[in-house]
Design a protein around this ligand. Structure first.
Ligand code: VGL
Ligand code: ZN
Length: 243
């Protein structure tokens, strides 16, 4: 058994495990999304220094909803829209449109009831600015280096500061969806300087074949490590329970 690294202060990040991302009723259900819950609950039982859950938390007029755009180019999962930086219109990016999902305070935006919520220390809501798409739990895509907890962007969540204040060294990530919010959060976590592990049994993709592969490729390229529940990275936490 390998020992946890010296100076090991791990955080667990549970990304967007919400009704709208899960069968049977979710408006943007990720195939088999609910099946990650046992893994997520097992991780929630381990002694992470902090356990944070995020929620996609959109206003009704959110730019990513296909229904908020004129036809014919407003087809969910197919059409794209251009997002414009609110203070610098020269900066833009293209993003995919979705069915309306995770509207603030609706049943679809709730965390799954079978998640062990009493073990979650903090919930962070993101995607609250109707003008921006924000897949990452850290910051919106307009963010530029340096990646520090107080560098500016249009929309940064409380997460960078929280992890810094707690002295976190390693971030373990699970949740939905592997090819969107998990991927963006993991890449940002690595950019912010954390050793970052995505636990593969704890995530599912919107597109389980090509989307999953491309997300793994881009995360690995960013220095994220893909680990399993039987690997040493999770064993470090199990051992902490017994010492
Ligand atoms: C997500 C699509 C739209 C996610 C959020 O949580 O992965 N995907 N909004
Ligand atoms: Zn969303």
């Amino acid at each position: 058994m390998s020992q946890a690294p010296q100076n090991f202060k791990p955080a667990l990040l549970v990304v967007d495990v919400q009704e709208d991302f899960c069968p049977p009723n979710g408006s943007l259900a990720v195939p088999n999304g609910r099946d990650i819950v046992p893994t997520v609950n097992e991780l929630l039982s381990l002694p992470f220094a902090i356990k944070v859950a995020t929620r996609d938390w959109h206003p009704r007029d959110h730019i990513s909803f296909a229904s908020n755009h004129a036809g014919p180019e407003n087809i969910a999962y197919v059409s794209k829209t251009i997002i414009i930086h609110p203070f610098d219109p020269s900066r833009t990016y293209e993003t995919l449109l979705w069915p309306p999902h995770c509207i603030q305070d609706t049943p679809g935006a709730q965390l799954l009831s079978e998640l062990h919520r009493n073990r979650i220390d903090m919930i962070i809501d993101k995607g609250k600015d109707s003008r921006l798409e924000m897949y990452s739990s850290f910051t919106d895509p307009f963010h530029e280096a340096p990646f520090t907890s107080d560098s500016t962007s249009v929309s940064t969540s409380e997460l960078p500061r929280l992890l810094q204040e707690k002295g976190i060294t390693h971030v373990y990530i699970v949740g939905l969806a592997q090819d969107y919010c998990v991927r963006a959060s993991a890449i940002d976590s690595a950019r912010f300087g954390y050793t970052t592990f995505v636990v593969k049994e704890g995530t599912m993709a919107v597109d389980p074949v090509e989307g999953w592969k491309e997300a793994e490729r881009s995360m690995l390229e960013a220095g994220v490590r893909i680990v399993g529940m039987e690997g040493m990275e999770v064993a470090w936490l199990r051992e902490m329970l017994h010492t």
